[in-house]
Ligand binder design. Sequence first.
Ligand SMILES: [Cu+2]
Length: 159
Amino acid sequence: MQQLPLPNARVPGPVARIAGRLALVLAALATVAAGAPAGVVVQRPWLRSIIPSRPAAGYFTLRNNSGTALRLVGASSPGCATLMLHRSMNMGGQETMVMVPSIALPAHGAVVFAPGGYHLMCMQPAATVKPGGAVPVTLRFSNGDTLTTTFPVRNATGR
Ligand SMILES: [Cu+2]
């Protein structure tokens, strides 16, 4: 139960007010500092845009240099209406893709997002998602941390 302030409660003095404000500032700084997961890096990011109006695929290597296992649970970008975690699979000779809810990132390990396997799927790409352009991509982890990286956009042949 939350205690209601007493009617005759003392008004905090100037020192208490400054301390209270400082606590708020420190809390805000801590929130920013907790943004990126410690020791996790995105390497060689790029988005492949084949036809501008069609979904673009995002490729990179996600490396975890920390001793703590994490899960990648989502992604977003201002360049995509939705950015999904996908996996390409071969089902009975047919290349198909499925949406995956999360991807495990082991401690001192890496997950490779590459053609034929895991990738990000950029649905309804914005005009900025065209070869020569670049868009920020934010990855979201199971512990609430996020990591934003700039993904250059290249064409079907990776140029
Ligand atoms: Cu896909």
